[in-house]
Ligand binder design. Structure first.
Ligand code: FAD
Length: 524
C-alpha cells in the first residue's frame, strides 16, 4: 500500500468558514460535525491529535454515576444518550463494559443499588444492559481478584469503554474524509481580527518551523486547559483570573491478573470519600483516578506522590493481592479542563462544573471548554448552533446525526473486546489496508507490527516515535518499559518512511516519566 502522506498544507492566505484551534475530543468532534454540514473547515493541533487531555482519560463512556449523586440529572441523561451513540458509530473502538461495585456492608447494596437502578431507568432505550444485585459468590466470580473477606455481594451495572486516542485519530480521519483540513504538529501563534467575521490566523509548523497564515470568518478556541493563552486579556471579564481551573487526574497501570475476569470494579466511596476504578483495558488493568487542583498547565504533568500512594493504598484495600509501586507498568497524568467558577479560589475542583461552557469574546473568538469525552458530539452541535445564531457561520442543519466513523465495521460480531490485548482488530474495516503495508509479519512487541508503524506514517498522520507508541498504539500507556524497548525499532522504520527526526531520545525520556520515580533509573 502506498498512500500519500496526509499532511495537507492549507495555501498561505487560504480562506475558511471555520478555523479550530486544538485537536482533542472537542476540536476534532467540532471539525467533523462542521465538515459534514458542508462548511470549509481547518483544524490546527500544536502537537499530536489527542495528545492533550484526550488521550489521558479513564477511557469510559459514561453518564456519570457520581453526577447522579450530585443531582445533575440532565447532564446524566444527555451523556447516557451519547454513550450509546458513540458505541454505535465506532463499535471497534467503543463498547459496553460491565462494572461491579462490591459491597462490604448491607446498606451499600441497597443504597448504591437504588442509585444504579435509577441510572438504568434514565438510560431508557439507550441502556446497555440491566443493573443486577449479585450475591457474594457471583461477585467473586465476576471480580476474581477482589478481597473476599467480609464481601456481602455487589451490584452489576453497565457503562461504556473506549480507546480515547484512537477515537481522536478516527475523528480526525473521518473529518478529513468529509473534506476538513486537519493538521497536527502545527500551532496557532496569533489570531488577528481585521473586522467582524474576518480573522487572520498565524500558524507555525512545529516540525519545520515554517509559518503561514489562513483566514476564517469564525475561529473556535478548543485548546482544552490551554484556552486561556489564546484569549485576549480584556476579555477575561467576568472571569477575572482564568476560564479554566485545571484538575489533575492520575492513572496507574498494572498487570491484568490483579483483578482477573473481564469486568471492571468501581469503589464508589474510598475511605476518604473519593471514587476508584479498576478497569481491564487493552490487556492490562487501569487503576484511578485522582482529582487534584493545580494552578499551572504543563504539557506532561508529574503525578504527585500523594496521588500515587492513594491509588496503591485504595486498590490494595479492595483487591486480595496488594498492589506495590514496583508493580506499576505505566502511570499517566491528565488535566481536566474544568470551568472555573468566578469565586473558585480555594474550592475543591470536584464541585466545579463538568458541563461545557461556550463563550464569545468581544473580538469574535469563540471558546468552548469543559464537558467530557462522552459528550463531544453534543458539545460540537452546541458550538455550531451558537456560531450560527450569532451570524458567525452560515445556517445549516443543527441536529445530531449517527454516521459511522471511518473503519467502523458493519458487522459488530467480529469486534474484539477492548479489554483484550491490542491487535489488528482496532483498525476495524481498515485492517486490510494495514496488512498491505510491508512488514505485516514482523512483530515489534505488544501486538505492534512493522506494517502498523508504516501505516501510522502513511495514513494516520504519525510524525514521531511518540505519535506511534503513545497514541496510534498505546504502548507507552500500557507498559512504559516495553515501549522504551520498542522505540529504537520504531524510529528506524519512521526514518525509512522519510521522517528525518523521529525524536527517539525525547520519547525515551518520556518513558521514564511514565514510571514512578523509584523505577526510573533502571528503565531505559
Ligand atoms: P484536549 O484533549 O486537551 O485538547 C486540546 C488540544 O489543544 C491539545 O491537544 C493541545 O495540544 C491543543 N492546543 C493547545 N494550544 C494550542 C495552540 N495554540 N495551537 C494548536 N493547538 C493547541 N471524559 C469521559 O467522557 N470519560 C472518562 O473516562 C474521562 N476520564 C477522564 C480522566 C481524567 C484523568 C481526565 C483529566 C479527564 C477525563 N475525562 C473523561 C474528560 C475528557 O478527557 C476531557 O473532557 C476531554 O478529553 C477534553 O478534550 P479537549 O479537546 O477539550 O482538550
Amino acid at each position: 500500500m502506498n498512500l500519500p502522506r496526509p499532511r495537507p498544507v492549507p495555501r498561505d492566505g487560504e480562506r475558511f468558514d471555520l478555523a479550530i484551534v486544538g485537536g482533542g475530543a472537542t476540536g476534532l468532534g467540532l471539525a467533523l460535525e462542521a465538515a459534514q454540514r458542508g462548511l470549509d473547515v481547518v483544524l490546527f493541533e500544536s502537537q499530536d491529535f489527542g495528545s492533550g487531555t484526550s488521550s489521558r482519560s479513564t477511557k469510559l463512556l459514561h453518564g456519570g454515576v457520581r453526577y447522579l449523586a450530585q443531582g445533575q440529572l440532565s447532564l446524566v441523561r444527555e451523556a447516557l444518550h451519547e454513550r450509546s451513540a458513540v458505541i454505535g458509530i465506532a463499535p471497534h473502538l467503543a463498547q459496553p463494559l460491565r462494572f461491579v461495585m462490591p459491597a462490604y456492608a448491607w446498606w451499600q447494596k441497597a443504597f448504591y443499588g437504588a442509585g444504579l437502578m435509577l441510572y438504568d431507568l434514565m438510560a431508557a432505550a439507550h441502556g446497555l444492559g440491566p443493573t443486577r444485585w449479585l450475591g457474594p459468590e457471583a461477585t467473586a466470580q465476576a471480580l476474581p481478584g477482589v478481597r473476599k473477606i467480609g464481601l456481602r455481594g455487589g451490584i452489576q451495572y453497565w457503562d461504556g469503554q473506549f480507546d480515547d486516542a484512537r477515537l481522536a485519530l478516527t475523528l480526525a480521519r473521518t473529518a478529513e474524509q468529509a473534506s476538513a483540513q486537519v493538521r497536527n504538529h502545527t500551532a496557532v501563534r496569533n489570531i488577528f481580527w481585521t473586522g467582524r467575521s474576518q480573522a487572520v490566523i498565524e500558524v507555525q509548523d512545529a516540525l519545520s518551523n515554517d509559518t503561514f497564515q489562513v483566514q476564517a470568518r469564525c475561529v473556535v478556541n478548543a485548546a482544552g486547559v490551554w484556552v486561556d493563552a489564546l484569549r485576549s486579556p480584556q476579555d477575561s471579564h467576568p472571569h477575572p483570573h482564568k476560564l479554566v481551573q485545571p484538575s489533575q487526574g492520575v492513572h496507574l497501570v498494572v498487570d491484568r491478573s490483579f483483578l482477573g475476569g473481564e469486568q471492571a470494579l468501581l469503589v464508589p466511596r474510598t475511605r476518604d470519600g473519593r471514587v476508584l476504578f479498576a478497569v481491564p483495558w487493552l490487556g492490562k488493568l487501569v487503576l484511578g483516578t485522582t482529582d487534584t487542583p493545580r494552578d499551572d498547565v504543563p504539557r506532561e504533568p508529574e503525578a504527585f506522590e500523594e496521588e500515587r500512594q492513594f491509588i496503591l493504598k485504595e486498590a490494595s484495600a479492595v483487591l486480595a493481592r496488594p498492589v506495590r509501586e514496583q508493580d506499576v507498568l505505566s502511570q499517566w497524568v491528565g488535566l481536566r479542563p474544568l470551568v472555573a467558577a468566578a469565586d473558585h479560589q480555594g474550592s475543591a475542583t470536584r464541585s466545579l462544573s463538568r458541563e461545557h461552557t461556550i463563550l464569545q469574546d468581544s473580538d469574535g473568538l469563540v471558546t468552548v471548554v469543559g464537558g467530557k469525552w462522552t459528550t463531544y458530539r453534543a458539545m460540537a452541535v452546541d458550538v455550531l448552533s451558537h456560531c450560527m445564531q450569532h451570524g458567525l457561520l452560515p445556517q445549516r442543519d443543527q441536529g445530531l446525526r449517527l454516521s459511522p466513523l471511518l473503519g467502523a465495521p458493519a458487522d459488530t460480531s467480529a469486534c474484539q473486546p477492548l479489554h483484550a490485548a491490542p491487535g489488528l482488530h482496532l483498525y476495524g474495516e481498515l485492517a486490510g489496508q494495514v496488512l498491505s503495508c510491508p512488514g505485516a509479519e514482523r512483530r515489534l512487541g505488544m501486538g505492534l507490527t512493522e506494517a502498523m508503524v508504516r501505516y501510522a506514517v502513511r495514513a494516520e498522520y504519525a510524525c514521531t516515535v511518540e505519535d506511534v507508541l503513545a497514541r496510534r498504539w498505546r504502548a507507552l500507556f500500557l507498559d512504559a518499559r516495553e515501549a522504551a524497548r520498542m522505540a529504537p525499532q520504531v524510529a528506524k522504520i519512521l526514518h525509512d518512511e522519510g521522517i528525518q527526526e523521529p525524536r527517539l531520545h525525547a520519547f525515551e525520556a518520556l518513558c521514564r516519566q511514565y514510571l514512578p520515580p523509584a523505577l526510573r533509573s533502571a528503565a531505559v
